[in-house]
Design a protein around this ligand. Structure first.
Ligand SMILES: [Zn+2]
Length: 323
């Protein structure tokens, strides 16, 4: 078996590639922007970006890109045959077989592809916050919300391989329009995109006067302006973060009603602000879960690897495929 694998997490805004050793140590990493918009040749430009990352990391680490196990995590509905059937947050690759395109670009056989949040769940289960936990839900907060469900120690895949699309649970009938085409999806409220939207809304409503004064105009307020101000303890910003925490808790309460997992591992690109959002989600969860006091403790923990878990899990899937 190879000592190293390359994993790439292709997100809605960036692709993160890592070189991982077989004990789960990240020895190198590289970030690049991902192409946007609909593409005449879906997946081709995304495959170019990822192939460049693989070649650069291989050069830096003295690895042969034609032999090293490579796995790719993708944001969307992944068919069991590796096709990215539907990717609302990565339309440039929606419908493509990125694994095959990458194989072509690198002059080797097809590369293993898996849903990005499933990858994160696999990495956290093997090496991180889900280690030795048989029942948990991985919740990745990024551009959207991804999910990976582990039950009885196994990843739940579902009928078509699409299980765990938790970001598209509808939490507000006729709510905000989602990129998937529906309204009121959870990811429009509790992801990085949700934080951005709720921050802008609060600024335009006059609920963030100090933050607006800092950035110059209400329509220029971004999620990170609010998280920065909340970290300083500014009440108006803390209130917006608390609202995001409430929405996060609402989705977790729904998942608890269905799955009774008892543990949520929260990661993804927004995990940098987990220290602000999670305490509020934990507080609100008690009031939102059916029979909260009758249940065993429900824990919400930060992922061990933050924004790296998806790429690490993609590498782990590649190791498993190669062995
Ligand atoms: Zn949706």
């Amino acid at each position: 078996m190879s000592d190293f694998a390359i994993g790439v997490d292709v997100g809605g805004t960036k692709a993160l590639a890592v070189v991982v050793s077989d004990n789960g140590t990240v020895v190198d990493q590289l970030r690049s922007g991902t192409p946007h918009g609909r593409d005449a040749d879906p997946g081709a430009r995304a495959a170019e970006v990822v192939a460049d990352q693989v070649l650069e990391l291989s050069r830096r680490q003295g690895i042969d890109p034609r032999c090293v196990p490579i796995g790719v995590g993708l944001p969307g509905l992944m068919r069991r045959d590796g096709h990215l059937a539907f990717a609302p947050n990565l339309q440039s690759a929606s419908g493509s077989d990125l694994g095959a395109l990458l194989g072509d670009a690198l002059g080797r056989s097809s590369i293993v592809a898996e849903n990005d949040a499933n990858c994160a769940a696999i990495a956290e289960h093997a090496w991180g916050a889900g280690r030795d936990i048989d029942d948990f839900v991985m919740v990745t907060l990024g551009t959207g919300i991804g999910g990976g469900i582990v039950a009885d120690g196994q990843l739940v895949r579902g009928h078509s391989g699409f299980a765990g699309e938790i970001g598209h649970m509808v939490v507000e009938a006729n709510g905000a329009l989602c990129r998937c085409g529906a309204r009121g999806c959870w990811e429009r409220y509790a992801s990085g995109g949700g934080l951005q939207r709720l921050s802008r809304e609060a600024a335009l409503d006059g609920r963030l006067p100090t933050v607006v004064a800092r950035v110059g105009a209400a329509n220029r307020v971004k999620g990170e302006d609010v998280t920065r101000a909340a970290a300083e303890g500014l009440d108006e910003a803390v209130a917006v973060i608390d609202r995001v925490g409430w929405w996060l808790a609402l989705g977790l309460a729904n998942l608890t009603a269905i799955l009774d997992t008892g543990c949520f591992v929260v990661g993804g690109g927004l995990s940098e602000v987990a220290g602000l959002v999670l305490p509020s989600a934990r507080t609100h969860l008690a009031g939102l879960v059916e029979g909260y006091d009758a249940r065993a403790t429900i824990t919400i923990v930060e992922s061990a690897f933050g924004s790296l878990s998806g790429a690490m899990g993609a590498a782990l899937v590649a190791f498993e495929r190669a062995s």
